[in-house]
Design a protein around this ligand. Structure first.
Ligand SMILES: Cc1cc2nc3c(=O)[nH]c(=O)nc-3n(C[C@H](O)[C@H](O)[C@H](O)COP(=O)(O)OP(=O)(O)OC[C@H]3O[C@@H](n4cnc5c(N)ncnc54)[C@H](O)[C@@H]3O)c2cc1C
Length: 385
């Protein structure tokens, strides 16, 4: 039994699912030859992989069967997500649709929206992007200025969203817009969510390249974009509540501490083929101890959420601790990579992943709400005024 298996010992009922996804990943990689990716959920876009993963039953796990999914629990999805991240699988294409939009549709979507989108999401070929942040509204999302004005039979959208992941591939965008005038006394009131096909006239998607040159983000401009009433997701005026209600799932998942796992595991595997000195052994032990602790914390939050209980504060804690660990682990990995080289092991694969890890690491603590802001949320939740 590996260390990772041992730390998963508290979820026996999920063991068959873990075995199934591991087998799928080994066979799929052997056959199609994808390379393990660091931060693959953000950058490794492979539509064919997503379709194969879905055909094998590993996308849409929590979507009910009558909408094309498997009708399983969030804990089943947690285990599959862990294994995908550890393997560095190219999951970016279906990631946001499966992780964020499917639960939102199940919680707030109309029957028409669910029937239209959920089977496509579960089939792994529906790409959806989240349009919340704006230039003037990141941490302070309530400052968002994108507005939707009621017109005959629908709404007219105007404004510009920033940092919209995957919008250039997306079939539809989930957009947060103001549907009533701002009220300084109630800053979170008057927002609504819309599901808008990307090809709708008036939408312009412009790339924002990362410093690595990768195209992941976009700026999305809406100029007099008309959408019918049935484009509203959930209730008019309830956008804020809807957006924040789903955040715990987003913040506490294994992607908050396993983004660099393929790199760390490649290093540990290489080192374990040799007799390591005491310092190296201590560093590896330190890394593993942190991963294991974070995993237990994250899994405890997932268990709470699966019961339908609130875990918003603990989710913020997982995100803060987990993403800080991810960043630190990249520099620890860089030091250990030198040890691997000195042992005469091949380092091409490690060097490839380390380069991406270093370029992506600054984003770990920003996405999903910055850590500084989450610490404030946590402190206030513990009673600080
Ligand atoms: C990889 C990645 C993917 C993303 N994908 C999407 C997406 O698909 N859709 C989307 O809508 N958005 C997306 N975002 C945007 C993300 O949600 C924002 O970057 C985030 O909310 C922070 O907003 P900001 O970048 O405007 O920074 P700011 O809010 O301007 O913050 C700048 C700095 O000031 C600090 N700060 C701000 N307010 C406070 C405060 N009150 N107390 C203490 N410190 C504070 C922050 O912690 C941060 O360090 C993505 C971001 C990243 C990095």
């Amino acid at each position: 039994m590996s260390t990772f298996d041992a730390l998963c010992a508290n979820d026996d009922q999920l063991t068959p699912m873990r075995a199934d996804i591991r087998r799928f990943l080994i066979e799929d990689r052997e056959r199609f030859g994808w390379l393990p990716a660091v931060d693959g959920w953000l950058g490794a876009w492979d539509p064919q992989f997503s379709v194969r993963l879905a055909a094998a039953g590993f996308v849409g796990l929590t979507i009910p069967q009558h909408y094309g999914g498997r009708g399983l629990s969030h804990l089943h999805r947690y285990v599959v997500t862990e294994e995908l991240l550890i393997a560095g699988a190219p999951v970016a294409a279906h990631w946001f649709a499966d992780r964020q939009v499917a639960p939102a549709l199940l919680a707030y979507g109309s029957e028409e929206q669910r029937r239209r989108l959920l089977p496509e999401i579960a089939a792994g070929h529906c790409y959806l992007a989240i349009g919340m942040s704006e230039d003037v509204a990141g941490s302070d999302l309530a400052a968002a200025q994108c507005r939707a004005t009621a017109v005959d039979g629908g709404w007219q959208i105007n404004g510009t969203k920033s940092w919209t992941s995957g919008a250039h591939h997306a079939h539809e965008l989930v957009v947060l817009a103001r549907t009533s005038v701002p009220d300084a006394e109630a800053r979170h009131a008057g927002f609504s969510q819309f599901l808008i096909p990307r090809q709708t006239p008036g939408i312009t998607v412009r790339p924002i390249l990362q410093m690595s040159g990768e195209h992941h983000f976009n700026e999305v401009a809406f100029e007099d974009v008309y959408v019918p009433d049935n484009a509203i997701l959930g209730q008019v005026g309830q956008g804020w509540h809807q957006v924040t209600a789903e955040l715990s799932f987003e913040r506490s998942g294994p992607e908050r501490f396993l983004s660099a796992a393929p790199l760390i595991l490649a290093i540990i595997r290489a080192i374990s083929r040799h007799a390591a000195d005491a310092g190296t052994t201590a560093e590896v032990g330190h890394l593993l101890a942190k991963v294991i602790s974070l995993r237990q914390l994250s899994f405890a939050v997932a268990t709470t959420l699966a019961r339908g209980a609130d875990a918003a504060l603990r989710a913020a804690l997982v995100k803060d601790l987990g993403t800080r660990f991810e960043q630190q682990s990249v520099e620890l990995a860089a030091a250990l990579a030198e040890t691997v080289e000195s042992m005469g092991e091949p380092t091409d694969d490690i060097a490839r992943m380390l380069t991406i890890a270093r370029l992506h690491a600054p984003m770990f603590t920003l996405r999903g709400g910055t850590n500084e802001v989450l610490r404030g949320v946590f402190a206030r939740g513990m009673g600080l005024r």
